[in-house]
Design a binder for this molecule. Structure first.
Ligand code: MTE
Length: 315
């Protein structure tokens, strides 16, 4: 992420952007706003609203060990979605231009039955509420009640072949809807990847809602990935393509800064980011920091996926 820190021990997510970059980005943004005012792109930013969830929903009993949920207001106004700008408030302010209907996800690659799923098809999977911790690599975390279904259910429908070892994901990249694409802060489209067994793990979900409502645009509407034991950047938003592959696919942050972000990106308090510690985190809405848990607290479920792997090398 675009973070500047004084030293590892003083790391804080408040220092989000190097000042020079911040200033230049502001002026670019101002230029963009001027272009808009002149009718340059035709995109009119507006509030990004969610709607109460219509589809039937299984709400699992509350897990007594799960921490208090983050207020919805925080989870929907403090976001990373660089296609709409790099400040935490940019996505909620700018993502109103994202058109989420109609929407399709093409699922292809090493599969027996390549299929394009419309959003209505996705909403017809049995939906459940899952309360997960989300730990951002920047050092903050949230507890969010997602609405979604296991990615495995979707993948089973397309008959993965024996060659499918990885799953590659791609976000929409449409300049007419996503003002942030004007800035080369990342190579667009945003892409992510999982190993096949990670993708098929029952904790890995495609989310179509949160807090009992459809997903707000700034949180990745209409459908995003959520992989709770990995840093938040693996949870790619507004997905339009899923491709099963034989080779490990490129991922946006690894491509951008390979020394800082690996392919696996499992939450690991013992492996510091080269520029700051990952030992602790701050829950959005709280003041004090808490210890970061290995695999974000999901070790019992997922540690076996990495048996025998050196997780310092495979960060
Ligand atoms: N997906 C896309 N397409 N673009 C992004 O910039 N940011 C990632 C991830 N998914 C991002 C993305 C990062 S860095 C994080 S921490 C999470 O989304 C944040 O999800 P949230 O805003 O719903 O909390």
């Amino acid at each position: 992420m675009l973070i500047k820190v004084r030293s590892a021990s003083q790391a804080s997510e408040n220092e989000v952007t190097p000042r020079g970059l911040f200033l230049s980005r502001r002026s670019i943004m101002a230029g963009g706003a001027a272009a808009l005012a002149l009718g340059g792109t035709g995109v009119v930013p507006g509030p990004a609203l969610a709607a109460p969830f219509q589809a039937p929903l299984t709400v699992s009993p509350k897990d007594p060990k799960m921490d208090a949920q983050t207020p919805m207001k925080s989870a929907t106004s403090y976001n990373n979605f660089y296609e709409f700008g790099t400040d935490k408030t940019d996505p909620s302010e700018n993502a109103g231009t994202l058109r989420t209907r109609p929407w399709e996800i093409a699922v292809d690659g090493d599969v027996g039955k390549p299929t394009t799923f419309g959003i209505e098809d996705l909403l017809s999977f049995p939906l459940e509420e899952r309360v997960y911790r989300l730990r951002c690599v920047e050092g903050w975390s949230m507890v969010i009640p997602w609405v979604g279904f296991p990615l495995a259910e979707l993948l089973k429908r397309v008959d993965p072949t024996g060659n499918a070892k990885y799953v590659a994901f791609q976000t929409l990249a449409d300049r007419s809807q996503m003002p942030g694409l004007k800035y080369p802060v990342l190579q667009w489209p945003y892409v992510e990847g999982l190993r096949m067994d990670e993708a098929m793990h029952p904790l890995t979900i495609l989310a179509v809602g949160m807090y009992g409502e459809t997903l707000p645009n700034q949180n990745g509407a209409p459908v995003r990935l959520v992989v709770p034991w990995k840093y938040g950047f693996k949870s790619i938003k507004s997905i339009v393509r899923i491709t099963l592959t034989q080779d490990q696919p490129p991922t946006s942050w690894n491509r951008s800064q390979p020394r800082e972000y690996g392919f696996y990106s499992n939450v690991n308090p013992e492996v510091d980011h080269p520029r700051w510690s990952q030992a602790t985190e701050r829950r959005v809405g709280e003041f004090s920091r808490r210890k970061t848990l290995a695999f974000n607290g999901y070790g019992e479920e997922v540690a076996s996926l990495y048996a025998g792997m050196d997780l310092r090398k495979n960060y």
